[in-house]
Design a protein around this ligand. Structure first.
Ligand SMILES: NC(=O)c1ccc[n+]([C@@H]2O[C@H](COP(=O)([O-])OP(=O)(O)OC[C@H]3O[C@@H](n4cnc5c(N)ncnc54)[C@H](O)[C@@H]3O)[C@@H](O)[C@H]2O)c1
Length: 437
């Protein structure tokens, strides 16, 4: 099948490469000329484990190509995915301007039956809006081509995006036309045959499924962060509580880890957008609002704990391990590290950081002037405190005796609860974490 993916970001590139990997012919299109030029030379615009190999192989085998001409791609393809960004607008609603652009172009270039598939995370009703925009463009040309609009939200997680795309838990299809459902089934058949569930519903429900899923996962995180606050006040250990709670099959262990709050390009904006959609439809979400409030408070909690240990941050040197909003990605959008580093800088600290993947992004978009170290140990040299903000695996097996030798002070703030308090303290360091004695 011929597939065009419009928007070659974290989602579009992964989804496009995975469709190529399952035998389809795919073109990934983007308005960012530099990104496309780089991809044509084999340069990936993002860090995502396993994606480089997939892109290289499928490009070499001529199933995957890249371009900037959306119209051409639409005319060529049988199925057109829109995977453009939906960033928050000034009122925290999802900005669907780019999707509307793609829908108009789809209508302007439709030259036979095709399907417009919305992969981006969009507020309920966007599918219907796209249908109208496409129909208007088709009418303007006095053309008479049939088309369908489908909602097919994406659930991949950055860091494991390839595995998630090739073997998702479920493929959600929001559609009214059986013809379109059959095409989508054929497109996804190689993935369905490996055990992923193909779930068909109406378009509005599919759009809501994406927001409800992200908001529920964010709720689990904020809930455990509140329990961590209680643990700190009574001397209990949140990691034991997480385990004991997660062992209940009805609850499950995932997304129960207390820490410095959730970030990333999805949870914060999707939780905000869901709250706004509620308001726009006359409903005030209470749980969702609390999830946001708890998260905002949690994002500064580690900094506040640091201040309890060093009341005068001015002039201190703070090492930071981890910038990305989670491990195995270079994505820093809404990462808790941003707010913490801003606070440190504002208070007069010198900040020296290490992250295995996100330092280029940090330097370019957030902190051009802080010190970037070549490795974790270089970052701690002369530091009064070390803050762990992203739980990359390489930070887990650290030798704290070596850390102590290089530091000027003794403070270790573990924002992800990855270290054993006794082990860190045995090295003569002062350890604090989230929700643990
Ligand atoms: N990143 C994730 O983990 C993830 C997971 C699930 C769903 N989503 C959703 O998928 C969508 C895309 O997210 P992303 O993280 O890939 O975003 P991204 O910012 O990485 O990529 C979006 C791409 O679209 C391009 N673009 C914008 N307007 C365009 C246009 N008119 N024509 C062609 N290209 C255009 C941009 O240049 C950019 O390369 C969002 O709605 C997001 O909420 C993201």
């Amino acid at each position: 099948m011929k597939v065009a993916v419009i928007g070659t970001g974290y989602v579009g590139l992964t989804v496009g490469a995975c469709f190529a990997e399952t035998g389809h012919e795919v073109i990934c299109v983007d308005i960012d000329d530099r990104k496309i030029k780089g991809l044509k030379r084999g340069k990936l615009p993002i860090y995502e484990p396993g994606l480089g190999d997939l892109v290289e192989r499928n490009t070499r085998e001529k199933r995957l190509s890249f371009g900037t001409d959306t119209g051409d791609a639409i005319e060529w393809a049988d199925v057109v995915f829109s995977a453009v960004g939906t960033p928050p607008d000034k009122d925290h609603r999802a900005d669907v301007t780019a999707i509307k652009d793609v829908a108009r172009q789809f209508g302007a270039h439709l030259n036979g039956y095709k399907i417009f598939v919305n992969k981006s995370t969009v507020p309920v009703g966007t599918g219907a809006v796209c249908r109208e925009l496409i129909a208007t463009e088709v009418r303007k040309r006095n053309a008479q081509h049939e088309f369908d609009v489908i909602s097919n939200p994406e659930f991949l997680r950055e860091g494991v995006a390839v595995a998630d795309s090739l073997k998702p838990d479920r493929i959600v299809i929001g559609a009214t036309s059986d013809r379109a459902v059959q095409v989508m089934k054929k497109l996804y058949l190689p993935i369905i045959e490996k055990g992923s569930l193909f779930f068909v519903t109406d378009s509005a429900s599919a759009e809501i499924i994406k927001y409800a899923s992200n908001a529920l996962l964010a709720t689990k995180i904020s809930f455990m962060n509140e329990i961590a606050q209680l643990c700190e006040r009574v001397g209990a250990d949140i990691t034991a509580v997480e385990r004991g709670v997660g062992l209940d099959n009805r609850i499950g262990r995932r997304f129960l880890h207390a820490g410095i709050g959730f970030g990333g390009s999805c949870f914060p904006k999707d939780v905000d957008a869901l709250a706004q959609t509620g308001r726009d439809n006359g409903y005030e979400f209470r749980i969702v609002r609390a999830v946001q409030e708890v998260n905002e408070r949690q994002k500064v909690h580690l900094y506040e704990k640091l201040v309890q240990h060093i009341p005068a941050i001015d002039g201190s040197v703070v090492a930071v391990w981890g910038l990305a909003f989670k491990p195995k990605t270079d994505d820093m959008r809404e990462a808790p590290s941003i707010g913490i580093i801003q606070k440190l800088l504002k208070a007069g600290a010198r900040v020296q950081v290490f992250d295995p993947a996100a330092m280029d992004v940090a330097k370019k978009h957030y902190f051009p002037k802080i010190r970037y170290a070549k490795n974790p140990m270089e970052a701690v040299v002369g530091a009064d405190a070390l803050l762990l903000l992203t739980d990359w695996d390489e930070f887990r097996g650290v030798d704290f005796v070596e850390v102590k030798k290089r530091m000027r002070g003794t403070l270790i703030g573990d924002g992800r609860n990855i270290w054993q308090p006794e082990e860190v303290r045995a090295a003569g360091l002062v350890y604090f974490s989230i929700g643990r004695p």
